[in-house]
Design a protein around this ligand. Structure first.
Ligand code: ASP
Length: 598
């Protein structure tokens, strides 16, 4: 660790080879134990922990100081490194063979009593942790996560530098761009009534950089999307954003592979084998019911429409006749009671299924199920064969439109099969995304942003709902880490895409006229990607949500308990901005205040 005027070595760096050295340490008082006048302190700094022995006989400090020493006091110790007495070494601690006999101790800064214990084994309410984030990050969990985040970013930069990418910053006060989420807006004081948007990503700026002749760009970019919070989503997050000119899809995937290899090696010391698996969107949806499959386990979705092509069982035949499918997963040896099985049916209904058929393979090979009597022996036999049903297996069958069946079986597969406590990493590229995702009600929404190459333009214009784009995702253990695409570099194609997406020519002109114009100045073919850094690090660190990886995150309701944002501002500020608060909001405020006073 870097030493300074105030310390000669990091507490966590001391080993047997330092025995006999006089050292100056500076850090915080962790655990403290009083042993009949001699005080043992775990002294902690960012390099780790070492045991310091404060024996009043060695006069390391005044009686008062020693006595008043409390946890999390910031102190400086000058002392001698010595071996720990026999039988008292601590193999769990890297410094556990030695201790520092203090010759002097000075309190640099005392600490208030703590709002919670900094012991990692103590569960602390998250809001309290966030309110005192600066204390929370003295705990091992957060300090390790911050370190991992820094290491990941540094590994990414290393790859970018090695591959000759240019780091370029792009503005965070911009005009709104359509990336599919709601914009965060910032009112302009100089042009009252006008707003900047915070970037959902640097998408259009990086494309301008390509037009500007920067052939390889990257940025560790902060992005903002006014979306509902989830475990893997915050309104403010960080991406590794990059783009290359004269690139096709595989140029992007090659760089991503380099990044994955470096980051995993640095964070986990593991070697990721290349190439990473590639799967088309259609295949992922068919086999796993999702575009972000968790490939750590099989339990694939199997089509049974052939098995039940001529069935007399209405629930199945009805689905097939109306263009739907019958599909199933073999959930394996679940050993569920009747009520457990019914619980799966309720779960499927909650997920939007009309129903779910379960079948259990008995020891004699027969199938036990409430609907077995409606199916022929041949159908049952063929069903069991197709799903490789062995005695004890639970088979789960859904019949409906293909989208519904995929999403229900895909989710049940996760509920049942997702391994807990597994430290396996399964990366995959999902390629050939459709231009649009079609919802059950038939409405179209862009699968990626509208600057994505929609494939052959004539096919796209003729049947946009089935067109396949040149977009791809990187997935890890069932989570999308990021996405990218080959971009449109032809202004006519871009205009067509806007049109098909329901953005009128006038609208496109007024919102992105500047971009359409830029495309007319010799735009090179280009492609790129953005990786969600918080997400990637959270999975590699085995954390359940990205708040554990973000130094100062917001709560689920978008609040920061530490600084109190978002907060109201003075009426004068609003006036300067030309912004009015709606009277209904003011009434709600008044009511809230009255409640608080009561
Ligand atoms: N701008 C895209 C996003 O943030 C990524 C990309 O297409 O490069 O998802």
């Amino acid at each position: 660790m870097a030493t300074s005027q105030m310390k000669t070595v990091g507490a966590g760096e001391l080993r047997s080879e330092h025995v006999g050295n006089t050292v100056t340490l500076a850090g915080w008082v962790g655990r403290r134990r009083d042993h009949g006048g001699v005080i043992f302190v775990d002294l902690r700094d960012s390099s780790g922990i070492v045991q310091v022995v404060l024996n009043p006989e060695d006069a390391p400090a005044s009686e008062e100081t020693l006595h008043g020493l409390r946890t999390e006091y910031c102190v400086q110790v000058v002392g001698t490194v010595r071996p720990r007495p026999e039988g008292t070494t601590n193999d769990d601690l890297p410094t556990g063979a030695v201790e520092v006999a203090a010759g002097s101790l000075g309190v640099l800064s005392p600490s208030n009593p703590l709002p919670f214990q900094l012991d990692d084994r103590v569960d602390v309410d998250e809001t309290l942790r966030l309110q005192y984030r600066y204390l929370d990050m003295r705990r091992t969990r957060m300090s390790e996560n911050l370190r991992a985040r820094s290491k990941a970013i540094s590994a990414m930069r290393r790859v970018m530098e090695r591959d000759e990418f240019l780091e370029v910053e792009t503005p965070t006060l911009i005009a709104s761009t359509p990336e599919g989420a709601r914009d965060m807006l910032v009112p302009s004081r100089l042009r009252p009534g006008n707003f900047y948007a915070l970037p959902q990503s640097p998408q259009l700026f990086k494309q301008l950089l390509m037009i500007g002749g920067v052939e390889r760009y990257y940025q560790v970019a902060r992005c903002y999307r006014d979306e509902d919070f989830r475990a893997d989503r915050q309104i403010e997050f960080t991406q590794l954003d990059f783009e290359g000119s004269f690139w096709g899809r595989d140029d992007v995937l090659d760089v991503l592979e380099e990044i994955v290899v470096e980051v995993v090696a640095d964070l986990r010391g593991e070697k990721i084998e290349l190439p990473l698996q590639r799967m088309t969107y259609a295949e992922a949806m068919g086999r796993y019911g999702t575009d972000k499959p968790d490939l750590r386990f099989a339990m694939e979705i199997i089509d049974l429409s052939g098995v039940f092509a001529d069935t007399g069982f209405k629930a199945f035949s009805g689905a097939i006749e109306s263009g739907g499918v019958v599909r199933a997963i073999n959930g394996g040896k679940l050993g569920l009671s009747r009520s457990g099985l019914d619980g799966l049916v309720s779960r499927a209904q909650e997920l939007g299924a009309q129903g779910l058929v379960w079948m259990v393979v008995e020891d004699d090979g027969s199938l036990r199920s409430p609907v077995a009597k409606f199916l022929s022996d041949a159908e049952l036999e063929s069903l069991k064969d197709t799903l490789s049903g062995e005695p004890g297996d639970t088979l789960l069958i859904a019949a409906d439109g293909v989208g519904t069946v995929s999403s229900i079986l895909g989710q049940l597969r996760i509920d049942i099969g997702q391994p807990e406590g597994s430290d396996e990493l399964k990366f995959a590229f999902i390629v050939d995304f459709p231009v649009f995702e079609v919802s059950e009600d038939g409405s179209l929404s862009p699968a990626h942003h509208p600057f994505t190459d929609p494939g052959d333009i004539d096919t796209f214009v003729k049947s946009p709902e089935t067109a396949v784009s040149n977009a791809y995702d990187l997935v890890l253990n069932g989570t999308e880490l990021g996405s990218g695409s080959v971009r449109i570099h032809d202004p006519e194609v871009q205009a067509k895409v806007f049109e098909v997406m329901g953005i009128t020519a006038e609208d496109a002109e007024s919102r992105f006229g500047w971009f359409l114009e830029a495309l007319r100045y010799g735009t090179p073919p280009h492609a790129g990607f953005a990786i969600g850094i918080d997400r990637m690090v959270s999975i590699l660190q085995d954390e359940p949500n990205i708040r554990e990886i973000i130094p100062f995150p917001k709560t689920q309701t978008g609040a920061d308990p530490l600084t109190g944002s978002p907060s109201r501002v003075e009426d004068l500020q609003l006036m300067e901005l030309g912004v009015d608060i709606h009277p209904e909001v003011r009434t709600a405020w008044a009511e809230q205040e009255a409640d608080n006073d009561a």
